[in-house]
Design a protein around this ligand. Structure first.
Ligand SMILES: [Zn+2]
Length: 217
């Protein structure tokens, strides 16, 4: 299954992406990770991306699309993929659509996780971050086994400094303004499917599987 995930901060998109990848046995592809990996490895694309980053500029869409397409060529992505963190704009969506069409692998669905502002704030303000591996925890929904310590590496958890209420509300507004055109783009193509993410992790995963039931193979 070929999917793109959209969702505001606090909707649990990253967590759901991981769970969905397990259920569907397709890779969860975070574009942030791909970019970092190319830069660290010093690949041809990574070196070009690095030049933009060093100048404090955005990495151009065509470069990111090429990295994504590169990743989708790998054996584990032949059955499908879950793209997370890209596209963010209509221009990027268009570039991705063209590249996927060229490869004969068009998207099958775009999942939009929805959550109301109050719940997002509640979730984000309870959020703890592992500074070592970047895993996030939640005081209410996803506690570490030992208080304040990362399950994976035992690092002391820290609070995200930008998670206070006003900042969270602003992040949600910025997200909505930026993503509305993107949602319209996918809605016009009949790809957009909404999932109410205002529930326990397990239930949201079930809702997601249900939303995909007609194309699950
Ligand atoms: Zn950790």
């Amino acid at each position: 299954m070929r999917l793109v995930l959209l969702g505001p901060p606090g909707a649990g998109k990253g967590t759901q992406a991981g769970r969905l990848a397990d259920r569907l046995t397709i890779p969860h592809i975070s574009t942030g990770d791909i970019l970092r990996e190319h830069v660290e490895r010093g690949s041809r694309l990574g070196v070009r991306a690095r030049a933009y980053m060093d100048r404090g500029e955005y990495v151009p869409d065509d470069l990111v699309v090429r990295m994504v397409m590169d990743r989708l060529d790998e054996p584990d992505a032949q059955k499908g993929f879950i793209l997370d963190g890209f596209p963010r704009t209509v221009l990027q969506a268009q570039a991705l659509e063209d590249a996927l069409a060229g490869a004969g692998r068009p998207l099958e669905a775009v999942l939009k996780f929805t959550i109301d502002a109050d719940m997002a704030i509640k979730r984000l303000s309870n959020r703890w971050l592992c500074p070592c591996c970047k895993r996030t925890y939640n005081a209410e929904f996803m506690r570490p086994r030992e208080d304040q310590l990362c399950d994976d590496d035992g690092c002391g958890l820290t609070r995200r400094s930008d998670d206070d209420e006003i900042t969270v509300r602003r992040r949600l507004e910025v997200y909505r303004d930026e993503t509305e055109p993107l949602e319209l783009f996918y809605w016009e193509r009949g790809l957009l499917r909404e999932v109410n993410a205002q529930a326990r992790l397990e239930l949201v995963t079930e809702r997601t599987m249900e939303a995909l039931s007609d194309i699950a193979s």
